[in-house]
Design a protein around this ligand. Structure first.
Ligand code: KIV
Ligand code: ZN
Length: 517
């Protein structure tokens, strides 16, 4: 019988640590439901001590998710652990995940603790956590750069205290496959009680080797849990990408010989949802989920694929959930058809009023665009959720003039706390003129660090989806807006980003501060 490889998704915890990728409670709930449909084994839902918002999101996810274990992150101190345990109350299956840095560099410069103090704190933390659950994961942060002797001492002690999963992080993406695989192997071999825990890895992609390092840890080191994120989202260059790990193990089952519980047909829907919610686009040539991953552009390849698919295809697009853009609804579709499609997409709006409001938006869109795709519905629901979450500003209308040889001009009407305001502006192009008009009225002073436009589906009839990333006072936020008119989409995205800046919800990055005692 083959071993099982546990797929641990950390899109909503480590993924959310990417600058600008923060998600609201409702967005996290939608992602959690999709991860459950994807049948991941463990969902790391957040870091409850980071903020009240994170606590509430983890708690809401713990209440509704039944098919996957819900995990909460905590630093190795009583306060964080209690908060995480509180958030997990009521979960069908919950896990506490504690971490503490073990590399000389992190202990000395970040924690300002001696190795003996770290050893004691790790032990105490696991002992404390045992009163809440038997499902305990411990991560020695910066594990790949830690002294293996010290690592072995700490890990043996936390297993003895009751940790059931030991996760070795390559926190800064420094590892190389053979060495990282051997590190996990040697730890398992030398720690006397290593068989009492499942071994896991958590790799970052700074050198583009997160997936390779994780697979080496599985093959060489005997790891049986991989921590990963949808689209490889995560701090800096991101984490191990879930879709690549799953499809590598499935496509090369002859080599890895592992069982994976994931329903691969839900991979692309999960990828699109995460991209749409965070505003982090998927590069076209990204393995498995990129738009070109199954496009056979060259004539020779097309000829081969037509004669026999396996000449150039090692996976089938439909197996990972690519189905040719499906027209799902149109102008004549009624509320029931719309509601049924929401159900099929796993979208649960909080109330009938919200369904009605989303249906009104759908009708408005269907009047302007004959075919409505799943991606359009996702965009409608996102706008709907944002309007309930933190809508300080709301787009009302736009008129804009641009002509060859003329400087573009825009006149925008938007609501500020329900009160309409009008503003005019000029700029190098119509988008610039529109955003200048908004900025002239609100004077946010935020710096725009990213502006990008993406067609949600194909063809010029598609809605444009715009992401705007703003930075102010050390905070970075993303706003996403969609509309068949990309100037309107840009205005909506800018207002959405301003709304996030305005909400001022501060989150603590678990790994940046010292360990609170
Ligand atoms: O990268 C890292 O070390 C982490 C830990 C909290 C597991 O994210
Ligand atoms: Zn990490």
């Amino acid at each position: 019988m083959s071993d099982k490889l546990i797929i641990f998704d950390t899109t909503m915890r480590d993924g959310e640590q990417s600058p600008g990728a923060s998600m609201t409670r409702d967005e996290k709930l939608r992602i959690a439901r999709q991860l459950e449909r994807l049948k991941v084994d463990v969902i790391e839902a957040g870091f409850p001590a980071a903020s009240n918002g994170d606590f509430e999101a983890v708690s809401a996810i713990a209440q509704v998710i039944k098919g996957s274990t819900v995990c909460a992150l905590a630093r190795a101190n009583d306060r964080d652990i209690s908060r995480a345990a509180e958030a997990l109350k009521g979960a069908a299956s919950g896990r506490l995940h504690m971490f503490l840095a073990t590399s000389a560099l992190h202990m000395e410069k970040k924690l300002r603790m001696s190795p003996d103090q770290v050893f004691e704190q790790a032990r105490q933390a696991v002992r404390f956590a045992r009163q809440f659950t038997d499902n305990i994961e411990f991560s020695p942060e910066d594990g790949s750069r830690s002294d293996p002797d010290f690592l072995a001492r700490v890990l043996e002690a936390v297993i003895a205290e009751g940790a059931t999963t030991i996760n070795i992080p390559d926190t800064v993406g420094y590892g190389v496959p053979e060495l990282f695989g051997q590190l996990v192997r040697s730890l398992r071999e030398r720690i006397p009680n290593s068989d009492k825990a499942v071994w896991s890895v958590h790799c970052h992609n700074d050198l583009g080797m997160a997936v390779a390092n994780s697979l080496a840890a599985v093959k060489i080191g005997g790891a049986r849990q991989v921590e990963c994120t949808i689209n490889g989202l995560g701090e800096r260059a991101g984490n191990t990408s879930l879709e690549e790990i799953v499809m590598a193990c499935r496509t090369r089952r002859d080599y890895y010989d592992l069982d994976i519980g994931v329903d691969t047909s839900q991979i692309v829907p999960a990828s699109k949802l995460v991209s749409q919610i965070t505003g982090f686009l998927v590069q076209p040539n990204k393995a498995v989920v990129g738009a070109n991953a199954f496009a056979h552009a060259s004539g020779i390849h097309q000829d081969g694929v037509l004669k026999s698919r396996d000449t150039y295809e090692i996976m089938r697009a439909e197996d990972v959930g690519w189905n040719a853009n499906k027209i799902v609804l149109g102008k004549l579709s009624g509320r029931n058809a719309f509601k049924q499609r929401l159900d099929e997409l796993g979208i649960k709006l909080d109330s009938e009023t919200e369904v009605n409001e989303a249906f009104v938006r759908f009708k408005e869109l269907a009047d302007r665009k004959s075919d409505i795709y799943d991606e359009d519905i996702l965009a409608i629901v996102s706008e709907e959720e944002h309007s309930h979450d933190n809508e300080f500003y709301r787009f009302v209308s736009l008129s804009q003039r641009s002509e060859t040889g003329e400087r573009p001009h825009a006149r925008i009407v938007f609501a500020e706390q329900g009160k309409e305001r009008t503003s005019e502006g000029e700029g190098n192009g119509p988008v610039d003129a529109t955003l200048n008009a908004v900025e002239r009225a609100v004077a946010s002073g935020a710096e725009m660090v990213l502006y990008s436009v993406n067609a949600i589906t194909t063809g010029t009839q598609s809605q444009g989806e715009v992401t705007v990333r703003l930075a102010k006072g050390g905070r970075i936020v993303n706003g996403v807006g969609a509309d068949p008119d990309i100037i309107v989409a840009s205005a909506k995205a800018y207002l959405a980003a301003l709304n996030k800046l305005h909400s001022k919800s501060e989150r603590l990055n678990p790994q940046h501060g010292p360990a609170a005692a």
